[in-house]
Design a protein around this ligand. Structure first.
Ligand code: PGA
Length: 249
């Protein structure tokens, strides 16, 4: 199973010209590019090897002012969609119930859904055991009634383990240690297999991944790739991570 890098641009860059330039600079087969909604169309037109990703979706079509549905994304040739990013959970008060609806809508539409889970700093301070409890609870709620989804579509589920305190926009952020990230990723895989009957699930690590530390995460067999924010806006550095992942494939 090949490893992937998801390039989460968040609300960057500022204009379509810069978005196209950046996309061309990181257009490689192992990369999923997730620009802001207004640049999806322009980026989708120029990439040749990467897959197109979105940073969010809404769970229905219809009279929902300002929202973007799975069908809208498919028209733009989007293949991947991030769901439940901690910045949305925190700033937009997205609940596990909303995330569950979004996730099911994405999978039912045949999109690859990248569900972000991870504990906040207050929980991690109590130790990895407490962090595991938190992540298990999040997964159980976010994946509720996934059984209703056809097995083949369920294999499109990807989890990104992103400890909230490790994300570069958080105060005092630093990456998790590869050892702890691996422990959590193996734990997540066990839950996905035993509770949700998903065999060989893909689980990525995210949170302050840089060209310097990427190799330590990516060489781990259980880490199926990375979700990268800040550094994915810096093509030189991001391309070093791409070269690293290509060596692992
Ligand atoms: P970061 O962001 O790589 O800048 O820490 C990761 C993310 O928020 O998905």
């Amino acid at each position: 199973m090949s490893k992937i890098l998801i390039s989460n641009w968040k609300s960057n860059p500022r204009d379509p010209k810069s978005a196209v330039k950046l996309a061309k600079a990181i257009d490689k087969k192992v990369v999923v590019i997730a620009p802001p909604f207004p640049f999806l169309s322009a980026v989708g037109k120029v990439i040749k090897k990467s897959a197109l990703g979105a940073q969010d979706l809404f769970w229905a079509d219809g009279p929902f002012t300002g929202e973007v549905s799975a069908q809208d994304l498919k028209i733009l040739k989007v293949k991947y969609v991030i769901v439940g990013h901690s910045e949305r959970r925190k700033n937009l008060k997205e609940t596990d119930e909303m995330i569950n609806l979004k996730l099911k809508a994405a999978l039912q539409a045949g999109l690859k859904a990248v569900l972000c889970v991870g504990e906040p700093a207050v929980v991690r301070k109590k130790g990895i055991k407490e962090a595991k409890k938190f992540v298990k609870k999040q997964l159980t709620k976010d994946l509720e009634s996934l059984k209703t989804i056809n097995y083949k579509l369920k294999t499109n589920l990807i989890i990104a383990y992103e400890p909230v305190w490790a994300i570069s926009t958080e105060k005092g952020s630093k990456p998790d240690t590869p050892q702890d990230a691996v422990e959590m990723i193996k734990f997540i895989k066990e839950i996905l297999c035993s509770k949700f009957y998903i065999l060989n699930p893909k689980v990525l690590y995210g949170g302050s991944v840089t060209a310097k530390n990427a190799g330590e995460f990516l060489r781990e067999k259980s880490v199926d790739g990375a979700l990268i924010g800040g550094v994915s806006l810096r093509p030189l550095e991001f391309n070093r991570i791409i070269s690293n992942i290509i060596r692992q494939v």
